[in-house]
Write a protein that binds this ligand. Sequence first.
Ligand code: NAD
Length: 417
Amino acid sequence: MAEEQTVRIGIIGLGARAETLLATIFEMKETAVTAVCDVREEKIARIHGIFDAHSVSRPKAYMDYRELLDDPNVDAVFVPTSWNSHLPIACDCMRKGKYVGIEVGGASSTEELWQLVHAHESTGVPCMMLENCCYGRNELMVLNMVRQGLFGELIYCECGYEHDLGEMSWAVEKRFERSIHNLRRNGDLYPTHGLGPIAKILRINRGNRFLSLTSTATKARGFAAALEAHTGKKADKVFNAGDVVTTVIKCANGETVTMIHSVSLPRPYSRNGRVQGTRGIWLENAGGIYVEGISPRYEKLDVANNPYTVHEWDKVESFYEKYDHPIWQDYRNNVIGGHGGMDSLAMRAFFDAVRRRIPTPIDVYDCAAWMSVTCLSEQSIAMGSMPVPFPDFTNGKWIDRAPEAPSRWALNEIYSD
Ligand SMILES: NC(=O)c1ccc[n+]([C@@H]2O[C@H](COP(=O)([O-])OP(=O)(O)OC[C@H]3O[C@@H](n4cnc5c(N)ncnc54)[C@H](O)[C@@H]3O)[C@@H](O)[C@H]2O)c1
């Protein structure tokens, strides 16, 4: 396929996420949605209405995604269904020779992740998780600074998904899948927004890997409280998902990563990013970066006249001009689409790989490592926070993998164009 050619996309799963992706696609004007699919007719009617409102011709509609995969007018597929169906659909896409971009979420078992890996290895067709946060401005700038050596040797990271989603408690009645996962399961159910960028920074699957984790869950009170506030009645449901789930991952190269999953308590949104090395640190919740030799550091006298060293944060924004990732240097004055511009970047990275028939910057090994946190954390919690080993989904390739395809969208190294 020629590099300038329009990628013809089929979208499977036409919920809220498909609508926001579509809004961004209409702004991007560099791809065409030629087919859509949902098991519910009303979702197809709704999405057709959105095409009409934008005066864009309606795509062909299917209720069985396997028929969409046989459509010769579909070059590649997005899968924004809910969590349990991403992986089997992705495997079918690869078996039909279609590049596939799955939405974010966690896995229910390591078995389904092995199936994903095997589908890729037996077909050679890529599957990318459309983890938009990997293309966030701050995440990419920190990646750039780390690769330039400003943080020294990496030691410790944190990340998370902390988002008040109390409304999921009453969406159970509507069979909203995410709500039902929170009702039935207890683990880190949504690991990839925080962990994806951190895994890339730590070179996971390329010279490093996740070895083991422990997870601990608090009691679960938040969803019941939200439901009671909403209905004015005593909650008639018992949610299993602990209000705060803390997971600690140990990496082969000696770093640890602490993750927080918290979606049922009142609080502002945060992905809780922290990247810390021997010479510098980024702390999302402080809005700051400290780099030895750059940030303010001075001697001060305390009341007893004992000198001590004061280290002060620099604002993250003060590094943009010099250290923005090349992607954001070009993009910062022309940001489009959802989630502060990250959505269009993740899609562009995918389209670039489809056009050039090269591997995607987030691959099946990344998907498997990141998504496995969900089912492994459930196991750890069920066993009283016992350590649980990560499978090596690369079967040893991580030790000395061939370099990734050079691309401006690459997430392991930095390429200017
Ligand atoms: N990247 C982000 O920033 C971001 C933001 C929001 C949601 N998401 C993710 O997007 C995904 C979808 O979220 P949502 O809120 O739109 O969910 P949703 O439940 O509203 O929509 C999912 C749609 O998929 C359809 N579906 C399910 N199984 C199907 C199948 N086998 N074939 C065809 N259609 C099928 C459902 O009928 C539904 O319309 C989730 O993985 C979610 O985590 C990502």
